[in-house]
Design a protein around this ligand. Structure first.
Ligand code: ATP
Length: 198
């Protein structure tokens, strides 16, 4: 089973690219969504978070308050590492269970914004990085999330640079609204199918 990681900066178009892979019949695991889902619904994750961060990480309904948690770990590296030490292994376990359910596919895709930063790249065979020019990424995220330019720039600054991601990837997809997107995806898809047959 070939495992492909897809990463890219905020607003680069990772999820958009993954939707095309899904249309081609490829199973896609969305790690960022899975992390949110586990924070909301996994009692083991919740218990560990309360042990480490206390009840201030909970909202009035006793559920994990993701905004409060984000504020607690913002600019606090040790606390962020503690949070990651709870969430990343939970996502890795969840991904393992998911991939067992999809074992007949020629290859699987795992989408993760922080594929390199989280260490998840070690669990995939190849990495695709999706890139787009800075101004396009900023405009997309401002429009999609209704946030201001400064907030987007701050999020971009906290991520690995595109150059570093490209250097560590086997494939790059340019989602710059100039190069056609779908032919780039189909080319990689065909190469991966050939790899599977080899
Ligand atoms: P994030 O890391 O924030 O989740 P992402 O890399 O997954 O972002 P998407 O959500 O796929 O990015 O794209 C960001 C926004 O830009 C979305 O609203 C999407 O519809 C739009 N978008 C992406 N690619 C294109 C494109 N080629 N043309 C027009 N709009 C696009």
């Amino acid at each position: 089973m070939i495992k492909i990681g897809i990463t890219g900066g905020i607003g680069s178009g990772k999820s958009t690219v993954c939707k095309v892979f899904e249309l081609l019949g490829v199973p896609v695991y969305y790690a960022d969504n899975a992390a949110k889902e586990l924070l909301e619904n996994d009692s083991d994750v919740k218990d560990k978070i309360v042990t480490v961060f206390g009840r201030e990480a909970l909202d009035e309904k006793n559920a994990i308050d993701k905004k409060r948690l984000a504020a607690i770990v913002f600019n606090d590296k040790p606390k962020l590492e503690q949070l990651n030490a709870i969430v990343h292994p939970a996502v890795a376990n969840n991904f393992n269970a998911w991939q067992k359910q999809n074992y007949t596919a020629p290859y699987l895709v795992k989408e993760a914004a922080i594929l390199f930063e989280s260490g998840a790249y070690k669990g995939v065979d190849r990495v695709i990085t999706v890139v787009a020019p800075l101004e396009i990424k900023i405009a997309r995220v401002m429009q999609r999330d209704k946030v201001d330019r400064e907030q987007v720039e701050q999020r971009i600054k906290s991520q690995l640079s595109d150059e570093e991601k490209i250097e560590r990837s086997q494939y790059v997809i340019y989602n710059d609204e100039q190069a056609l997107l779908i032919p780039q995806i189909i080319k990689i898809h065909n190469e991966l199918l050939l790899l599977h047959q080899a």
